[in-house]
Ligand binder design. Sequence first.
Ligand code: NJP
Length: 226
Amino acid sequence: QGRVIAVTGASKGIGLSIAQLLTAHGAQVIGGARDVGGGKVPGAEFCSLDVTDEASVDAFAARCRAAGADALVNNAGVGTFRPVEEITPEDYRRVMDTNVLGTLLTTRALIGHFRNRGGGQVVNVTSDVSARTFATGALYTASKYAQRAVTQALAHEGHAYGLRVTEVRPGMVDTFFGDTRQGEDYKAAWLRPGDVAGAVLYALSAPAHVRIDEILLHPVVQDVAY
Ligand code: NJP
């Protein structure tokens, strides 16, 4: 209620749902993504943001600092699923730049602000595959393992000044992820974006003396694979 929360990748899928749910709970949301036509959430602000572009991130962060941001949700992400022998340098750069460098850049741009305020929260939406892998998952899971490492290192660094860091690790979610469409029949029993948004809300709603380190959630239909 009344908190200012920055959400990356807010134009569709999980990020859009996070923006909607947080706004419905009285937060002032500043969403960002490349598609400025998406992310239309009544009551929320939406800014152009490419997390792989330093200048774009700095402009987004400047707006978040000016608004007095209390928390950052790093949700923007992409995936490409190919066997190792088919992965191109272009695939590598797109996935690693978005998922790893993007998380680093947005976080770097806001943690000084959080430190100056004596605390804050960072919630990183990584994946259930941030700690296991599978065939065709080399590139995506490498990026998510790395994003998990960034998340955990940040938790160590931020502990000294009251930064609370959470990793949210969803299994299969019905979104547009990996150039798919939302609402396809084969995804009917998957997690809904709102399920993940609920986990983010839970982490952000924890009392000030509580740090939610990690939330792992799966649709029941997904094999218990960890
Ligand atoms: O995917 P999708 P999700 N700069 O494609 C944005 C993780 N996850 O909601 O820029 C800024 O519907 C893009 O916006 P736009 C996944 O790894 C998912 O499922 O306009 N934003 C859009 O808003 C990711 O970290 C599943 O194209 C950028 C959003 O990201 C997170 O969940 C399973 C951007 C992607 O929306 C959200 O993905 C899992 C950039 N450069 C983890 N590039 C799953 N769906 O099954 C992309 O374990 N975005």
